[in-house]
Design a binder for this molecule. Structure first.
Ligand code: SAM
Length: 241
């Protein structure tokens, strides 16, 4: 018997209807699919039914990796990799789609990594904590660093919410399934991170006290605090940065 590891965010999906609903969100047939953290393969089995061209499984837990190796030993299209998804190089195919019931403790780190990487990823379908899904939602008020990066690099949508009853063990929080359609734009990661760190520090200060190219930015924007800015206003500041 394998005891779920809290340190690896192991909350396994046990509701087949939810699993089916997740895999129905994108075209899988004949696509290159990557699944992060397949666990026992509960989601993987349904991805397989939809006939992907290739299926890459990235599992950090060595015990689950061994289990999956055995479970899928006759599946030619599956490649299983025992590594940390945060360290993995996702450039193996020209175009990939990524699906995951993400480990909660590293969700935002993985999402930022993939969004910055951007190049060959077309769609991402992730189950994440509901609270985080809402924090990313740039249609809602109050700017934050995630919203800015996500709106710049992708079209983001909360697809549906999921109760904590569909997992074993049951997590304390509820979840949402979300989609990122990546815009595949070239991103200067260093510039963007520098900008974000500068502009989102001291959130109570207005823009006038944070930027030194004030003559290019209108008064209305200069008087606002970072959380009050719209995406387009913040983008204007970023473009001069
Ligand atoms: N996909 C399975 C399911 O839905 O039943 C398991 C999902 S569980 C929430 C997260 C999975 O990610 C676990 O199998 C865990 O071992 C794995 N994991 C945790 N951290 C990881 C990392 N850094 N890289 C790759 N896999 C990781």
């Amino acid at each position: 018997m394998i005891i779920p590891k809290k340190s690896l965010g192991q909350n396994f999906l046990i509701d087949k209807n939810i699993i089916k609903k997740i895999t129905n969100q994108i075209k899988i047939e004949n696509e290159n699919i990557v699944e992060i953290g397949p666990g026992f393969g509960n989601l993987t089995d349904y991805i397989l039914l939809r006939k992907p061209k290739n299926l890459i499984l990235i599992e950090k837990d060595i015990v689950l990796f061994q289990y999956l190796k055995n479970k899928y030993k006759d599946q030619k299209i599956i490649k299983i990799i025992n590594t940390d998804a945060l360290k993995y190089n996702f450039s193996m195919f020209k175009k990939i789609k990524i699906i995951s019931n993400l480990p909660y403790n590293i969700s935002s780190k993985i999402i930022m990594k993939l969004i910055f990487y951007n190049k060959n990823i077309s769609n991402i379908i992730f189950m994440i904590q509901k609270e985080l899904a809402e924090k990313f939602d740039y249609r809602k008020k109050r700017m934050n660093k995630y919203k800015f990066i996500i709106e710049m690099c992708s079209n983001y949508k909360i697809l549906f919410n999921v109760s904590n009853k569909v997992f074993y063990p049951k997590p304390k929080v509820n979840s949402s399934v979300v989609e990122f359609k990546l815009k595949n734009i070239q991103i200067d990661e260093k510039k963007l991170l520098n900008f974000i760190n500068k502009i989102f520090s001291n959130k109570r200060k207005n823009m006038r006290s944070k930027i030194n190219y004030r003559e290019f930015i209108n008064e209305k924007i200069l008087n606002k605090r970072v959380e009050e800015l719209s995406f387009n206003e913040l983008l204007k500041i970023y473009n001069f940065f």
